[in-house]
Design a binder for this molecule. Structure first.
Ligand code: SF4
Length: 216
């Protein structure tokens, strides 16, 4: 059992390394203007690294992130809303009740959600929600009308969320789970920090520019 846990950790480390390489290459392609099309970027990166399906999905999300980034950076933290998939909670130890707007986290520290919520507070995000899925996300978006959103979830949920946000003209950033499944999932916290803290480097919002502490 311990060996299996160790292997999972090694797989996650390998995944994080290749994910960082993918982010760099996607950024390069978009910044140089050689590729502005999500499908083309995904195909190019997948071929270059010989990616499996999961990492192709990751590349697809990252391409969407990169193409949204310019507009996203312009939105002050206080006008952004964060959505976290509730599958990140500790399924056996979590005592948080579920309300109309998702899981009401008690910040017990038994899963990564506590740290992500603290980051949202530190950056002064308008609000953070821990949600079971797309329908609640859309209801919340209609109610709070955020100017930008960040999502932490699996590939399918993120894709739907980005589509919906685009429909409303809202720029988004998405962080795909490191370990997927319906419960006890995990995310790369460095990537959460990276996406949540994106802000324009010059201009009015630059004053807000903060370097949050690492969450790991
Ligand atoms: S940190 Fe929040 S969501 Fe995670 S287990 Fe504790 S109460 Fe549940």
């Amino acid at each position: 059992m311990q060996k299996l846990g160790l292997m999972a950790k090694m797989d996650e480390k390998k995944y994080m390394k290749i994910a960082a390489d993918i982010r760099n290459l996607v950024a390069d392609l978009v910044e140089k203007g050689t590729h502005q099309d999500i499908a083309k970027i995904t195909r190019f990166v997948a071929k270059k690294f010989g990616l499996n399906e999961r990492l192709v999905n990751y590349t697809h999300i990252e391409a969407r992130n990169k193409l949204n980034e310019f507009k996203f950076r312009k939105i002050p933290y206080k006008d952004r809303v964060l959505f976290i998939s509730h599958c990140l909670r500790n399924s056996t130890k979590c005592k948080a009740p579920i309300g109309d707007e998702g899981l009401e986290c008690k910040r017990c520290g038994k899963c990564q959600i506590k740290k992500i919520l603290e980051l949202a507070d530190e950056l002064n995000y308008r609000k953070a929600f821990i949600v079971p899925g797309g329908s609640m996300v859309f209801k919340i978006m209609q109610k709070y009308k955020p100017k930008a959103v960040v999502g932490v979830a699996c590939h399918a949920e993120l894709n739907m969320g980005i589509d919906k946000a685009s429909e409303y003209g809202i720029p988004s950033q998405a962080v795909m789970l490191l370990r997927e499944g319906c419960k006890d999932t995990a995310v790369n916290l460095d990537e959460v920090v990276e996406k949540m803290s994106l802000i324009e480097e010059n201009g009015t919002n630059a004053l807000e520019n903060k370097t949050p502490k690492k969450l790991n």
